[in-house]
Ligand binder design. Structure first.
Ligand code: NAP
Length: 489
């Protein structure tokens, strides 16, 4: 087996590593030569670079997507689906290399990166099939001699802006439905994790997706965001990222009345009720909290445990947290890799100190140990005034808060402006019915911390966003309804 050192950055298919962008079917750098470096969060070494495009180059990409729109939207749906299917097969054939690129640029353990490729590819596969199922409707008329039809048409040229935490899956769940619907697209990946996005486009090109249908722009985010929001050609923006930037994009899109999908921040609660199966509760907490080192929008940020099961849960959960291994994502033994940057580590430390200053106690772990390494940590006795109950920690810090009654647990879970994911563990049908209805959230996991899949509508309520990704509802985000009234029949 290859050593950790040789695995780092080694690709079987070296054509996947790019430092230029694909616009209108041509790979190119910035005319100015300006670049942004990409860093390995574990070693701090530069592992690649991307072009920092100028405004006219971003406008050029919009023009390419506009030109490609009419022919692509008029392609047979079956043909668009076949190209997506081919792309899916290429992504899965290159799963190991794509996973390595993600671990290299994001730091997550390689086993999680492999899982992200499979999860992300599932969106391409799903929408390859859905392309052939974009149906219209007939509506019975109220007067004779009329035919009332509803057709579904692609919304036009779309843009996707994505974050660094799931660099591949956040893209495919936007690109695949957009292309299936007949839209063309510009994608703007996070500057910290663009390498896997570029590799995805290498494979899209190889799959035969025509020039101009899928373009990638990289560079200064605010400049690109301003151009995309102001452009009358861009008919829709799909954004995944922070609520702050999402709100800015929404305001800036108002003058051109764009459609928006906003997958924003979360602050997920996990409730463990007295009647929960303790082993299931621990598994749920481990996955909901520590996947991707806690850097997930659906990460359980606040763990509320009912009094009767509290002490048993804290002890058993503490033992599991202590047993986790912190290290290099390329080391197969690693459970928790480096966080994306120093700001991410500083935020976790701040939340820990703040929780301790409000009376919490450390059960496992502790403060960061330099670099981007933040150890898996559990604190109990967390006050509801602590910052970690109010805002996303985005790191491997779990905080436990004790509660008394089912109603109190649900009230605490809802005490947030966010509503993306929520989880609870119980074996009582009555508690399950009450909590699943009472929790204000776009998604609810019962006795599981792993709820994301391509076939379900993923998305939030309240300040967690607008719209849904995945499932047939995710396709509707890229389709306009056209009502056609045919009279005189
Ligand atoms: P972010 O700072 O909002 O960045 C996300 C993307 O927006 C990046 O591509 C970034 O580009 C770009 N961006 C930054 N400023 C911009 C501007 N003024 N105009 C246009 N684009 C701009 O978020 P993040 O820190 O990368 O990601 C973490 C956040 O994403 C968390 O809040 C998390 O909960 C959320 N998230 C939500 C979901 C969901 O499905 N709801 C999924 C994953 C993550 P640069 O990288 O170049 O700065």
């Amino acid at each position: 087996m290859a050593s950790v050192a040789t695995m780092r950055g080694h690709l079987t298919n070296s054509s996947l590593l790019r430092s230029d962008v694909l616009i209108d079917g041509k790979w190119k750098g910035a005319a100015s030569g300006a670049k942004i470096d990409v860093e390995d969060p574990f070693t701090g070494q530069i592992v690649g670079s991307i072009p920092s495009l100028a405004a006219d180059e971003v406008h050029g990409a919009i023009a390419a997507a506009e030109t490609a729109f009419i022919p692509w939207s008029r392609e047979m749906n079956r043909h668009r689906g076949a190209l997506l299917r081919r792309w899916y097969e290429l992504v899965m054939a290159n799963q190991e290399d794509l996973a390595r690129l993600i671990t290299l640029e994001n730091g997550k353990p390689l086993k999680e990166a492999r899982a992200e490729i499979a999860y992300g590819a599932a969106f391409i596969e799903y929408y390859a099939d859905e392309a052939g199922r974009i149906f219209g409707e007939t509506i019975p008329p109220l007067v004779p001699g009329r035919q009332l039809l509803v057709e579904r048409e692609p919304v036009g040229v779309c843009a996707a802006i994505t974050p660094w935490n799931f660099p591949m899956a956040m893209l495919t769940r936007k690109i695949a439905p957009a292309l299936a619907a007949g839209c063309t697209m510009l994608i703007k990946p996070a500057s910290q994790t663009p390498l896997s996005a570029l590799a995805l486009l290498v494979l899209a090109e190889e799959a035969g997706i025509p020039a101009g249908v899928l373009n990638i722009v990289t560079g200064k985010a605010s400049m690109i965001g301003d151009i995309l929001t102001a452009s009358p050609v861009i008919r829709k923006i799909s954004f995944t990222g922070s609520t702050e930037i999402g709100a800015q994009l929404m305001a800036k899109s108002a003058p051109t009345i764009k459609r928006l999908s906003l997958e924003l921040g979360g602050n997920a609660p996990l409730l463990i009720f007295d009647d929960a199966d303790i082993d299931l509760a621990i598994e749920t907490a481990m996955v909901a909290k520590f996947r991707n080192s806690g850097q997930s929008c659906v990460a359980a940020n606040r763990i509320y445990v009912q009094r009767g099961i509290h002490d048993t849960f804290v002890k058993a959960f503490g033992d599991r947290v202590r047993a986790m291994s912190l290290g290099d994502g390329f080391d197969p033994a690693t459970d928790i890799g480096p966080l994306i940057d120093e700001a991410g580590v500083a935020k976790v430390d701040e939340h820990l100190e703040d929780a301790l200053s409000h009376g919490a106690e450390i059960v496992a772990g502790g403060k960061s140990q330099g670099g981007h390494m933040s150890p898996p940590t559990l604190v109990s006795g967390v006050s509801s005034k602590a910052a970690l109950t109010r805002e996303e920690t985005f790191g491997p810090l779990a905080g436990v808060i004790q509660f008394e009654t089912i109603d109190e647990g649900i009230r605490l879970a809802n005490d947030t402006p966010f509503g993306l994911a929520a989880y609870f563990c119980s074996s009582s049908p009555a508690t399950i019915a009450k909590a699943s209805r009472g929790i204000e959230s776009g998604m609810v996991g019962i006795n599981t911390g792993l709820i994301s899949t391509a076939v379900v509508p993923f998305g939030g309520v309240k300040m967690s966003g607008l719209g849904r990704e995945g499932s047939r509802y995710g396709l509707d985000e890229y389709l306009n309804m056209k009502y056609i009234c045919h009279a005189g029949l």
